[in-house]
Design a protein around this ligand. Structure first.
Ligand code: FES
Length: 128
């Protein structure tokens, strides 16, 4: 008899195996987020217009760089302002500007400017 044994065949039926893939999710990002990139964010930096596919769990800068978009940045901490961008569309997909953005950008936040290294995906962009 040529019987194949699999891992599942060795686990008693009374044992529940958790096969959920574990990933590290940054604070503030729900763990139920789809891992599919979300498009629809258009932005301008230094006169160049880019469309960014937002990658859940990553901020706007990281998503842009992962998409091959040559966004300028330096500190990645919200203190230098080099990653400053202006949103053309998709602002509703992002969280509100955080304290660092409001401090550095001041009234520019109201005009649609954000720090790409601080802008993260908001709840409206999350799949149900
Ligand atoms: S890279 Fe310095 S504020 Fe974003």
């Amino acid at each position: 008899m040529n019987r194949k044994l699999t891992v599942g065949s060795l686990v008693p039926s009374s044992v529940v195996v958790n096969q959920q893939h574990k990933t590290s999710t940054p604070p503030g990002i729900p763990k139920t987020v789809s891992r599919t990139a979300i498009s629809g964010i258009r932005l301008i930096q230094d006169g160049n217009v880019y469309e960014v596919s937002f990658i859940p769990g990553k901020n706007l800068l990281e998503s842009g760089l992962d998409n091959g978009i040559p966004l300028k940045y330096k500190c990645r901490k919200g203190s230098c302002g080099v990653c400053k961008i202006r949103l053309i569309s998709g602002a509703g997909l992002l969280t509100e500007a955080n304290k660092r953005e409001r401090k550095l950008l001041s009234d520019d936040v109201k005009a649609g400017y954000r720090l790409a290294c601080q802008a993260t995906m908001g709840p409206s962009a999350i799949d149900d």
